[in-house]
Ligand binder design. Structure first.
Ligand SMILES: [Zn+2]
Length: 144
């Protein structure tokens, strides 16, 4: 069991059954990145790519993943960043920090899914509809 300090990336279509330590498998067709936990515990870490999950940056030579990878569901509870194929270890989080991080994740997701412009439009639309109804009712009552 040895900690991985740097990774090699491999662009694949399908993730192989047997993963090799220190290799980051990037599947663009499936928008997924898979690697073995960098602590050496052997667990498979799956990081889906989407605007609300992880974002992958490929600078032509190296890859980076954002945000950090927190393997809270594994016994190792490892937490690290992958920046330009380098593993940057974070301090071990306390259970409180983990809970806070998780709720922040949910908050981030909620914010990502919110569409402020459409909300604005919806509010305006509802107001317009309400006033049309009021005018129509007034007209029907013969007072419009
Ligand atoms: Zn691990």
């Amino acid at each position: 069991m040895s900690m991985v300090e740097s990774l090699a990336h491999e662009f694949v279509e399908y993730v192989p059954d047997e993963l090799v330590d220190g290799v980051l498998y990037v599947s663009i067709p499936y928008a997924t990145v898979v690697h073995r936990c960098c602590c050496g515990c052997g667990n498979e870490v799956v990081t889906p790519l989407s605007p609300t999950d992880w974002q992958l940056t490929f600078d032509g030579e190296t890859v980076s993943l954002h945000p950090s990878i927190g393997n809270w569901s594994f016994a190792c509870q490892s937490h690290y960043w992958i920046r330009r194929n380098q593993v940057r270890w974070a301090e071990r989080w306390s259970p409180t920090q983990i809970a806070a991080g998780r709720s922040r994740d949910r908050l981030d997701k909620a914010e990502q899914f919110a569409e402020p412009y459409r909300d604005e439009w919806d509010t305006a639309g509802r107001r317009d509809t309400a006033s049309i109804w009021r005018r129509l009712i007034a007209w029907l009552r013969g007072s419009g």
